[in-house]
Structures are given as C-alpha cells and as structure tokens.
Design a protein around this ligand. Structure first.
Ligand SMILES: NC(=O)c1ccc[n+]([C@@H]2O[C@H](COP(=O)([O-])OP(=O)(O)OC[C@H]3O[C@@H](n4cnc5c(N)ncnc54)[C@H](OP(=O)(O)O)[C@@H]3O)[C@@H](O)[C@H]2O)c1
Length: 329
C-alpha cells in the first residue's frame, strides 16, 4: 500500500493534483466513490486505486491502515470531512484537504484534542486560497507592531469549476461571518469594502464572505479580529443550472486568469499596512500546492492537531509556487 492516498481524485481539481503527484514521482494511490472513473484515471497514471464511500468505515480503515497521509479533494466538504477526520484519527493518518468551506476547519478545531492524542495532524486547506491568504497575512502582520485587525480579500478570476460553484452556493445559504475578539459573529452582507489588488484597476468593491481564513489566519497570525472578502471578476461566479457547466476552466482559461489577494493590517494605534499578492490561477495553484504540502508531510513535516499551511510551513510556503509575488502598497 502506498503512503499517500488522494481521495476525490477524479474530480476536476483532484485529477490535476493526481497528475502533479505523478509528475513528482510520489508513491500514491487514488481513491473515490465511482469505480469507472477511478479505473480509467488509474490506468492513465499507472497507479493503484481504491473504491469506497465516506460511510464505509470498515473499508476506509482497511485502506488507511498502511497509509501516512490522506489528501481529500472531494467537496462539498461538509459531506466528506467529518468521516475522513474520524477515520484518520482511528488509523493514525495525517488528514489534508483543499476545502474552501469553513465547516471543514470547524471540524478540525472540534477534533483537535483527539488528533493530538493520536499524534495525527489535521491540515484542511493545505493548498489553495487558505495557503495564499494565510501566507500573505503573515508577511504583513510581521511588519506591524501590535496588530489588531485584518481585512483580507481574494480576487477570483476566470471561470469557477462546477464543483466549486456547487460548494460555494451551498455555503452561501448560511449566515455571513466575521471574527470579533476571537469569536465568529454575524457580518452584515451589505458591508462591502474597497481593496486595491495592485493590478492596475485601482480600488475595486469586494463583498464580505465567510472564508475559512477567519479561523486559519487567527491561528497562524495570532490576530483575533478578521473580516474576509471576495471580488469575482468577469464570469467567475456562475448562475443558473450548474449541471450544464463545464467541469472547470480550460488550460488557456487558467493561464489567462491569475489570482490576486489584498490585505490591510491595522495596529492597536490605528496604523494601517497594506500588501497585495499576485499568483497563478487558483485551480493550478491548488493542485500544485496541495501535493507539495502532502509531499512535505510525507517527509515528516507534521505537527499533531489542527494546523494551517502558513503556520506549519511558514509564510514563504507561497513562494514555493512559481510566479507568486507579494507587493507592499
Ligand atoms: N480552497 C481552494 O482554493 C479550492 C480550489 C479548488 C477546489 N476547491 C474545492 O474542492 C472541491 C472540489 O472541487 P472540484 O472542482 O474538483 O469539484 P468536482 O470536479 O465536482 O470534483 C469533486 C470530487 O469529489 C467527489 N465527491 C463529491 N461529493 C462526494 C461525496 N459526498 N462522497 C464522496 N466523493 C464525493 C466527486 O466524486 P464523483 O465523481 O464520484 O461524484 C469528485 O471526484 C470543491 O469543494 C471546491 O470548492 C477549493
């Protein structure tokens, strides 16, 4: 049995992550719930595969028992995280995922002590937006004396994948949140804010949204007042029937749509410091960064309990992804 299992490997992002893992020569198998799709991807990549659903505890245990790391790419994560966190703790396997949903992180928080007792790491958001925003926030927080508040925004460019649209739409039905004095409280969804992504457009309007970074940045940057925002340009956020959407952006669409982020950190005495992050498209980033994180965990860079990519690997984790730059404003 291989030390790494990539679950949800036949999805849009899971497939790119599996291809990247193969290109790095990692020892891994792919897994998921639909045998036909797994069989054809496994044969293409020349790796083993395993078929199980999240409610098949016995089967999951038999697959996880000899593994070290599970990279879960199967979203909506509100349906997969809990079962896999339980199974990873039972089998002493480190749990990694690419969730953009706060619930995955709340589960990691809830089961942190169990994970610590089992010497297991829970690292939701090991690649993707959580790694981008966490590293950006840490870079700026380090330059501010007594940081008090963080406002941070992600610029999503180009089309979203069908899976992301489904997960985001399910998430939006819940209340919009912010972090105040370390507690998640309601945020008025009409409280827009202006951010400059340093991409030549000047200040643009961003909408408040509940991102997992409310919890992860609190941990990695040790700041207890955080608001998270999103700016979707062009046709980023689809409407209507998601079933008719393509699986995700094409290579050309990804290359034409780099992602940006912007942050403002305010100190206790009211001084604001700003920076912007320019990087590659979020889907390319996620597939590369999540596998890079899995590789480092396989190489023993793990800490028991709930960890964040910026906290575990440091703020320069972002720079392991090519074409990534942080600009002070
Ligand atoms: N944080 C980030 O920056 C970031 C970046 C990219 C993606 N994501 C997130 O990653 C997730 C996947 O995105 P995607 O574009 O790859 O979606 P996708 O193409 O729809 O793939 C989803 C995969 O998950 C599997 N799956 C879904 N629900 C499942 C369940 N209940 N039990 C078992 N397997 C299940 C699907 O299996 P079947 O094929 O058998 O249905 C498929 O393999 C989304 O939640 C998205 O928001 C986050």
């Amino acid at each position: 049995m291989a030390p790494l299992i990539i679950y949800g490997a036949t999805g849009y992002t899971g497939k790119m992550a599996s291809e990247h893992a193969k290109s790095l020569g990692l020892d891994f198998i792919i897994a998921g719930r639909t045998e036909q799709k797994l069989k054809s991807l496994a044969s293409l990549l020349d790796v083993g595969y395993s078929v199980f659903d999240v409610d098949q505890g016995g089967l999951i245990d038999s697959v996880l028992k000899d593994a070290s790391v599970l990279l879960n790419c199967a979203g909506p994560f509100m349906r997969t995280t809990r079962a896999f966190i339980d199974a990873c703790i039972r089998n002493k396997v480190h749990y990694l995922d690419i969730a953009a949903e706060i619930q995955s992180y709340q589960q990691a928080q809830k089961f942190e002590e169990h994970a610590k007792n089992a010497n297991v790491m829970l690292l939701p958001g090991c690649g993707g937006s959580v790694a981008m925003l966490g590293c950006l926030a840490s870079h700026v927080v380090e330059q501010v004396k007594n940081p008090l508040e963080i406002d941070i925004a992600l610029h999503v460019a180009g089309p979203m994948s069908r899976g992301s649209a489904i997960s985001a739409a399910e998430n939006m039905t819940s209340e919009c949140l912010q972090l105040v004095n370390g507690t998640l409280v309601a945020q008025d969804a009409s409280n827009t804010a202006e951010f400059d992504f340093d991409d030549g457009r000047g200040h643009v309007t961003c909408f408040p949204i509940t991102l997992p970074d409310l919890l992860t940045i609190q941990r990695s940057a040790n700041v207890s007042n955080i608001r998270t925002y999103i700016h979707a340009s062009g046709d980023s956020f689809p409407t209507g029937n998601f079933d008719s959407l393509p699986e995700g952006p094409t290579v050309a669409q990804r290359e034409a749509a780099p992602y940006h982020a912007a942050v403002t950190v305010i100190s206790e005495d009211g001084v604001a410091r700003r920076a912007a992050l320019h990087t590659i498209n979020g889907y390319t980033f996620t597939s590369v960064a999540s596998v890079h994180a899995a590789k480092r965990v396989l190489d023993d860079e793990a800490k028991p309990g709930f960890q964040t990519p910026a906290g575990l690997f440091g703020k320069d984790f972002i720079h392991t992804i090519s074409e990534t730059e942080i600009k002070g404003l």
